[in-house]
Design a protein around this ligand. Structure first.
Ligand SMILES: [Zn+2]
Length: 825
């Protein structure tokens, strides 16, 4: 075989395997033989996600009524649980106190088994119907709501299940899992909940997967495998999710000790919590897959006679869709130890036989480190550069998987070039050029110049050292050694995630043994086929994880993802090196060139359009105390539309005027004040008690603001609070103050007294009729209350946005903010 033939076949093989692996991350076409009515499913999504339905909004109430009427039309006993939830983050006590008036929808399908009271054996199908104000939430979570509704229709029409089934559609998930807290901590039915199936979304397309379980999942996984069609699931996702700050409603049920399974999809992060999370942009295959998982598992678990608890977790993962491997943690540990022992034994034998030379291995390890430094810094600079432009990262997110492809080809090119160059012996040019390019890139990205110079020196030193060695660096064995160490670490810390490293390592180790045996009688062609064969398992397991890792977490952190790519490519070095053996051993540079062109296109190419609009902030603020109205935007560089609106009349101001304690420069433009009605604090009583001065007032928002910030002056000495009779815990003010002062210091805030003076409340979904608040404070101290109402609508006079602009996420964009100060002497 010629080098050209080997190179071409390796390239085509790699290409086909990568495309196949990428396809596994997409949703399949909807199952034709499902009992689900896909038309009804999409219709529910269209109704629910016609516009944002944030808790407390009119749209939220319309959606609630639609769902309640639907459940009632199925003949299910349906109720709306109205609960007041007071919440402070358990690990972040310094955050605002959150109060929410939630309205959960609960429908019940009675089962046939009349178990004595006290047995927790009801099946709960859970999802949430509220969305963020930033988007209509077709995926998050109308997709889940529609799925639960469709499954309810099928189950209500079918034979009665063994277990009672509760269809729980929560409210206020987006504001801090408020509805789930209201149900699982306050509703009597929660005591009978024995198993929860939850549906979530963090994107708009891609394969839905079962990504989270409760502890001791062996029994759950066995039954899941029997019931969910074409399941995509991985115990790696579960291990990663454990260490992530993300939460879903299942965090609450899990916290209450109720077992559960959690399903979600993550591709299309651009649409997550965005105005583009519309029914049109939700992939129908993804929606159908979520609903089919729920249907299969709900029917299965609802009809299982007895639910068991098991001890121990399982390892589970897909080789491809429809082929899910699962085994116990004990088996995972055994396989891991056997593979690690095999590696150790082969290593010892190779050392004794002289096939591995210690000096070459040492230089090889240094080469692996050099390559990692090189690649990670290229992408770190790239991302730092993107972050210097205000919209860089969100543009990258809008491009989906394309940036990953460009980065991967670049990384492939660097790896292949480097592997051949160190084997041939680095030229002086090859020592200096990469270091200089990297230093320039890091300066372009605006990273501190000394770190650029330091990087230059370190890289030149590393490359110079490698160049000076007499032994050719043994890159492949060094990579195998690194891979072995990582596999051992993963086996120790997360045995059920270790398959990801153990199986590819096993494949390559067995391949080496096989190649040696073949070597005696096979020709080069036979050995080449063996190289292809041992690459199959790694190429099935690693690329989908890399793609999903990039989509879910990696847009702003591609350097980590690319380091995993480098290690994977080095593991498959016998295959990968073939790509560079053409063009006088410089095939890697051809790949690198292609990768760079693709990267430039990705970084500087297409702008925002109507499918991927730019998030721009504009809100309207009403200062009740001064009787003034303003357009406000915190965008540092307003786009053309915002720039025109703000024009020369805009001035700069500090947001702290509207939101005390926040230190941010904003553009404001004063305009005529529209008619408005601000919130009222009506004094019910003001009296002395043994505990101090007790003030009771009634809070009401005639503007029907969905979200109200209440700030109480800390120096009033508040010692007790109730909301509608419910006690509100007073935070540790000293800890709060320390933390805020620390933050104020780190943010270099000019006036630190602004931050510490307030106890903040965020109140979501204040009922129309208002609520009663009773405060006990020290006698003789005045109480200052700042009320900031956020109504998720702009006044009628608001300018129309162009199609390539949308409401900016996680801001007050497209809201009217009414702020006032009240002093009770
Ligand atoms: Zn959600």
């Amino acid at each position: 075989m010629t080098n050209w033939q080997k190179s071409l076949i390796s390239f085509v093989f790699l290409f086909i395997m990568l495309v196949f692996a990428w396809q596994q991350t997409l949703a399949p076409a909807p199952h034709a033989d499902s009992a689900l009515d896909y038309t009804a499913l999409s219709r529910h999504v269209s109704v629910i996600a016609a516009r944002p339905q944030t808790m407390g909004s009119a749209a939220n109430r319309e959606v609630r009524d639609y769902i309640v009427e639907y459940f009632e039309s199925l003949g299910l006993a349906t109720e709306v649980q109205k609960a007041t939830v007071v919440y402070r983050h358990p690990f972040r006590p310094t955050r605002a106190t959150i109060i929410g008036n939630v309205e959960n929808i609960i429908a019940r399908l009675p089962g046939t088994s009349a178990t004595p009271d006290g047995g927790a054996d009801d099946l709960v199908l859970m999802t949430h119907y509220d969305s963020r104000p930033d988007g209509p939430g077709a995926a998050d979570d109308a997709s889940g709501t529609a799925s639960v509704m469709e499954v309810a229709r099928i189950m209500a029409a079918g034979p009665r299940p063994v277990h009672d089934v509760i269809f729980l559609i929560t409210d206020g998930e987006e504001m801090g899992l408020l509805g789930a807290q209201g149900f699982f901590r306050q509703h009597p039915a929660a005591k009978k909940a024995g198993l929860v199936l939850n549906l979530e979304a963090r994107g708009s397309y891609g394969a839905s997967s079962m990504f989270e379980t409760s502890e001791n999942n062996a029994w759950l996984i066995d039954n899941l495998l029997e019931s969910a069609p074409d399941l995509v699931a991985s115990s790696l996702a579960y291990e990663i999710y454990r260490y992530m700050p993300n939460d879903t409603d299942m965090s609450i049920s899990k916290g209450e000790g109720i077992p559960g399974l959690n399903f979600a999809f993550v591709a299309g992060l651009f649409d997550y919590h965005a105005m583009t999370d519309t029914p049109e942009n939700l992939n129908p295959g993804t929606l159908a897959q979520q609903a089919n998982y729920l249907l299969g598992t709900a029917l299965h678990f609802a009809n299982l006679d007895d639910w068991q608890t098991s001890s121990g977790d399982k390892t589970y993962f897909n080789l491809w869709r429809g082929s899910l491997v699962s085994y116990s943690q004990g088996v995972a540990v055994t396989i891991g130890l056997v593979v690690l022992a095999l590696g150790l034994w082969m290593f010892g034998a190779a050392l004794r036989a002289g096939t591995i030379n210690k000096a070459s291995l040492g230089t090889g390890l240094l080469a692996v480190i050099t390559l990692m430094v090189l690649v990670s810094n290229v992408f770190e600079s790239l991302i730092d550069y993107q972050q210097t432009t205000a919209t860089g990262i969100s543009r990258l997110v809008s491009l989906g998987e394309w940036p990953l492809l460009a980065y991967f080809v670049t990384t492939l090119g660097i790896t292949v070039w480097f592997g051949h160059a160190i084997k041939r012996g680095l030229s002086k040019f090859e020592v200096f050029a990469p270091a200089v390019v990297l230093a320039l890139l890091s300066l372009l990205a605006g990273r501190p110049w000394f770190s650029g110079v330091l990087l230059l020196l370190i890289l030149i030193a590393l490359l110079w050292f490698i160049r000076g060695r007499k032994n050719t660096p043994d890159l492949w064995n060094a990579a195998l050694l690194v891979w072995w160490l990582l596999a051992a670490l993963l086996l120790y810390f997360a045995p059920n995630a270790s398959y990801l490293l153990v199986w590819p390592l096993a494949s390559v180790l067995l391949g080496i043994t096989l190649q040696r045996r073949l070597g005696r009688f096979a020709n080069g062609g036979g050995r080449f086929i063996a190289v292809l064969a041992i690459s199959i398992i790694p190429l099935l397991l690693l690329p989908p994880v890399i793609v999903l890792g990039y989509l879910a977490l990696g847009t702003a952190l591609p350097q980590g993802i690319m380091m995993i790519c480098v290690l994977s490519l080095l593991l498959l070095w016998p295959l990968v090196r073939n790509l560079g053996s053409v063009v006088n051993g410089k095939g890697g540079l051809v790949l690198l060139g292609a990768g760079l062109v693709m990267t430039v296109v990705v970084v500087f190419g297409r702008g925002f359009d109507s499918r991927h609009p730019l998030g721009e902030e504009l809100f309207y603020a009403i200062d009740v105390d001064q009787q003034q109205g303003f357009w406000v935007s915190s965008d540092a560089r307003p786009g053309s539309w915002l720039g025109e609106l703000m024009g020369e009349h805009a001035s700069k101001a500090n947001i702290t005027r509207i939101m005390p304690g926040y230190d941010q420069e904003v553009h404001i433009r004063e305009t005529a004040l529209p008619e408005f009605k601000a919130a009222t604090l009506e004094l019910n009583s003001d009296r002395q008690t043994e505990a101090g001065r007790e003030i009771s007032f009634h809070l009401q928002s005639p503007a029907a603001a969905e979200y109200i910030n209440l700030l109480f002056s800390n120096d009033a000495g508040i010692s007790a609070v109730t909301v509608n009779g419910l006690p509100v815990k007073i935070p540790d003010m000293q800890a709060k103050e320390d933390s805020i002062m620390e933050k104020a210091d780190s943010m270099k805030m000019k006036d630190k007294t602004r931050a510490e003076a307030w106890w903040r409340w965020r109140w979501y979904g204040l009922p129309r009729e208002g609520a009663d608040v009773v405060l006990t404070l020290e006698a003789g101290r005045p109480l200052t209350v700042k009320i900031i109402e956020v109504d998720y609508e702009l006044p009628d006079a608001a300018p129309q946005r162009p199609a390539n602009s949308m409401r900016k996420q996680y801001t007050w964009s497209d809201s009217t903010v009414i702020f006032q100060t009240l002093v009770l002497d």
